[in-house]
Design a protein around this ligand. Structure first.
Ligand code: SF4
Length: 841
């Protein structure tokens, strides 16, 4: 520790602390313009100058100077104030004083400092900047006349986002922040540059001339898109969201610009009932009475419920309670049993169905494995963490993926394998680890069981053999094994979701085998992260909407567990296991279905079959925000609230239960899912009575391990190796020569993003990424409309010729306008094969 004196106050700080950080700790406020704690120190604006006793220079920039032992620092002498005023005068020479029309007014750091330091006159004269304003770029307006060249936008774009879309161009008084050739922005549109800009040089087009910042009421809540659960600060006026900001954290394009779906004209505002094949407006009483009547008529084992991850924990909990206790059926599921089955894989191997790490462990790891994981697209702010871990902490990065990803440009070991050969590859890495003695014998003997079987099971997966299966050079496989095996703290991240169909359980258990073999579990900076898809995917499965399980993954068939729930719920529960989501969506399996916040026709594979199954139902209820393709088939549609219109909690990917705050009154006659379930329960004769979500959470805490007391799963004494076998791929098919990969883009992840005009503006169309050699062979041009067909279906998309995918592999990201999953058969084993045809005329 270092001791220093700041404004006559003695403090201790750690080695490596800057004077600025030490001053913050001492409670001495230092003004800054170019400083941000997320970025490397830059020292451009010099407004943070202080006086350090005994140094030759008069002033010292505090943001770039390390504190040293015995240092004596003054932060507010008359000379410092005078110098800071001069700096502000210099900044104001070119800066337009257009605060009345600047959207940053009220939050502009330059404006605040000019006011604080009373810079009413400027002794320096000069011309105001007259650079053209960029109105062309999507979502972001760039007015470089207001720019003070702090470089924050360029630095965050480079350091955190790894995009480097803008940078300093020109020199001297002509210096500016620009793109190459002054073109419009063509980036990820994360808007981090807007958030970090201390002045009004970069502003959101969504906010332009809509409100003054001081008119907004700020409500803290949680992003409704992916499972990272970033904190949002919603700016509200007249019951409308005007902006979403991050309060100094990071957000991606969806979090910052995706909120507009809440105010979409397409929102459902009233219940609808199908009459003569038409959905017509109805009252809540009519709609709920009809549902209660029909659900009572259908035998319990022919009823089912399907639930999406948009709901809060409290709502999901009530949904499954209503279905089990009120309707006496255990046919309840969500995407969990199918797309998030990796969680159950981890439960079998490690005893706990969740990440074994927290996100802060990524900062401490010295090796990170991305297994089928394109973080920049699926979990962008976790991508930032990995990017910084590699660039700043020099963590080793191993990418195991069937195609190149954005992070492939970081220093890494890229194992680009043939699709669906991951299990063979992981077994081969295990084979090398064992043969090279890179295993933690002590850890294995103390904490694991089943090593013998694992060892035997991987014997045939030599790098030489697996090289033939995966297409990866055997030396690269050995290198990856040695890199992982020689690391002290290694993390494996796996993305999962409906858009990434695959061998969920096998992948998770293979990852667990690797971690157990090398002792990378139960310690800081090491473990496994299954990155679920949606905002409350983890909560949805925790709350008991996963086939066969009561809340907290407690087996429904275990009578002792059932008894515990029966006592609290005061009802006898059905004991049968219940159908999974894929079974529920099979024609003829059930007669009545209640779908909440889910659109299986668009988000599950095999959409044609699912549509037929839904059409064949006796009675279908859909509760959603929009009239989705699934809702159009319903007998009753109930309008539900958006995230900003309700309270409750979401559980993020690392298991943090985060509070959602109500920012808006519900639009039209829509109601929160919680209110709908409570009202419906009365009509069904099993009344569930809670006055708010906090009361529901109290009950959850009493029944669900991990929500009141920590889940003890990962602390159990013996973890289990579960050997995995690689299934041979189906033979090649000359009529369908390409292998199809699907996944998310950072702009879209489900129906909500499709109703956000800003996200649709930057990513309007679905595309197919195709390797240049394949495009040439097919005589296909870039951006040409083509038909991609599998044996199941065909869709029309535009081509994007790019080297990301290897030859013979194409990638179609999910887009709300195109159902790429219709191409995939739900019970397929190997990768889906497709063909690509030109569309004539
Ligand atoms: Fe929202 Fe996920 Fe983006 Fe964070 S990373 S802003 S949670 S979509």
């Amino acid at each position: 520790m270092l001791s220093l004196t700041i404004d006559e106050k003695e403090i201790q700080v750690e080695e490596g602390t800057t004077i600025l950080e030490a001053c913050e700790k001492a409670g001495s406020h230092i003004p800054t313009l170019c400083y941000d704690k997320r970025l490397l120190p830059f020292g451009a604006c010099r407004i943070c100058i202080v006086e350090v006793e005994g140094t030759r220079q008069k002033f010292t920039p505090s943001c770039t100077t390390p504190a040293t032992n015995g240092m004596v620092v003054k932060t507010t002498s008359a000379d410092i104030i005078k110098a800071r005023k001069t700096i502000l005068e210099l900044l104001l020479i070119n800066h337009p004083l257009d605060c009345p029309v600047c959207d940053k007014a009220g939050e502009c750091q330059l404006q605040d400092l000019v006011y604080e330091y009373g810079v009413a006159e400027n002794r320096f004269k000069g011309e105001k900047s007259r650079l053209p304003i960029d109105h062309q770029s999507h979502l972001i307006e760039r007015n470089l006349n207001r720019c003070i060249l702090c470089g924050k936008c360029a630095r965050i774009c480079d350091e955190l986002q790894d995009v480097a879309e803008v940078s300093f161009v020109n020199r001297g008084i002509r210096a500016k922040i620009g793109t190459d050739f002054d073109r419009a922005l063509n980036c990820e549109f994360c808007g981090q540059c807007i958030d970090i800009c201390p002045v009004g040089a970069l502003t959101s087009k969504l906010f332009k001339y809509k409100a003054r910042l001081w008119e907004l009421q700020n409500v803290q809540t949680i992003c409704p898109f992916c499972s990272v659960g970033c904190h949002l600060n919603l700016g509200i006026k007249d019951n409308k969201i005007f902006q979403a900001t991050s309060n100094g954290g990071n957000l991606c394009s969806k979090g910052r610009f995706g909120f507009e779906y809440v105010h979409s004209q397409q929102r459902l505002t009233t219940p609808l009932i199908k009459k003569d094949d038409q959905l017509i407006e109805a009252s809540w009483e009519e709609a709920l009475d009809l549902i209660a009547k029909k659900f009572k008529e259908i035998p319990a084992n022919n009823l089912a419920g399907l639930c999406g991850s948009r709901l809060t924990n409290e709502e999901v909990y009530l949904f499954q309670k209503l279905m089990r206790a009120g309707l006496q059926t255990n046919n309840i599921d969500n995407a969990g049993s199918y797309a998030y089955a990796g969680l159950m894989g981890l439960k079998q191997s490690l005893g706990s169905a969740g990440m074994t790490i927290s996100l802060s462990d990524i900062d401490k790891a010295d090796c990170i494995v991305l297994l089928r994981c394109d973080l920049s697209e699926t979990h962008p702010t976790i991508g930032i963490k990995v990017n910084l871990a590699v660039k700043r902490n020099e963590a080793k990065l191993i990418i195991i993926n069937p195609k190149n990803i954005k992070m492939s440009k970081l220093p890494n070991l890229s194992l680009i394998h043939h699709p669906k050969t991951e299990i063979a590859l992981l077994n081969s890495i295990i084979n090398v680890l064992i043969n090279e003695g890179l295993v933690d014998k002590d850890f294995i003997s103390k904490h694991t069981e089943g090593f013998g079987e694992l060892k035997k099971s991987v014997e045939k997966y030599t790098p030489q053999e697996v090289s033939k299966i995966t297409g990866i050079d055997k030396e690269l496989i050995k290198n990856a094994a040695k890199t992982y095996g020689n690391s002290q703290k290694a993390i494996i991240l796996i993305s999962t979701g409906l858009n990434l169909p695959g061998e969920e359980v096998k992948l998770a258990q293979s990852a667990a085998n690797l971690a157990l073999l090398t002792g990378n579990l139960g310690k800081e900076g090491a473990g496994i992260g299954i990155l679920l898809e949606k905002n409350n995917s983890q909560g949805t499965v925790d709350m008991g909407t996963i086939s066969g399980f009561l809340p907290g993954y407690q087996e429904i068939t275990d009578y002792k567990i059932r008894e515990k729930f029966e006592q609290v719920w005061n009802v006898k529960l059905p004991s049968f296991r219940g159908l999974s989501a894929l079974e529920i969506l099979e024609k003829g399996k059930v007669k009545g279905l209640y779908i909440v916040a889910e659109n299986p026709i668009e988000t599950y594979p095999d959409s044609d079959q699912i549509k037929q199954a839904l059409e064949s139902l006796e009675f279908l209820v859909v509760q959603d925000m929009f009239l989705t393709q699934t809702a159009k088939l319903a007998d009753v549609v109930l309008p539900a609230c958006a995230f900003a219109e309700k309270e409750g909690t979401f559980t993020n990917v690392e298991g943090k239960v985060q509070k959602l705050n109500m920012a808006l009154s519900p639009i039209g006659k829509s109601k929160s899912d919680l209110e709908i379930f409570i009202t419906l329960s009365k009509l069904l004769g099993y009344e569930i009575n809670y006055s708010n979500s906090a009361e529901v959470m109290d009950e959850i805490k009493s029944l669900v391990p991990g929500y009141s007391t920590p889940d003890k799963g990962t602390q159990r004494l013996k973890w289990k190796f579960v050997p995995q076998t690689f299934e041979k791929l189906p033979v090649e098919d000359k009529y369908y020569p390409f292998l199809l990969l699907t996944g998310h883009t950072h702009f879209h992840s489900g129906s909500m993003s499709g109703k956000s005009p800003a996200l649709m503006e930057v990513c309007q169309e679905s595309i197919v990424e195709i390797n240049p050699e394949d495009a040439k062979a097919l005589e296909i041009e870039n951006e040409e409309l083509v038909k991609v067909s599998s044996r199941e279906a065909g869709i029309k998309v535009k081509t994007k010729i790019i080297r990301k995918s290897p030859k013979g592999v194409v990638f179609i990201p999910h887009h709300p306008g195109k159902n790429v999953l219709s191409l995939i058969k739900k019970d397929y084993l190997g990768p889906t094969r497709v063909r690509i045809e030109k569309i004539e005329g």
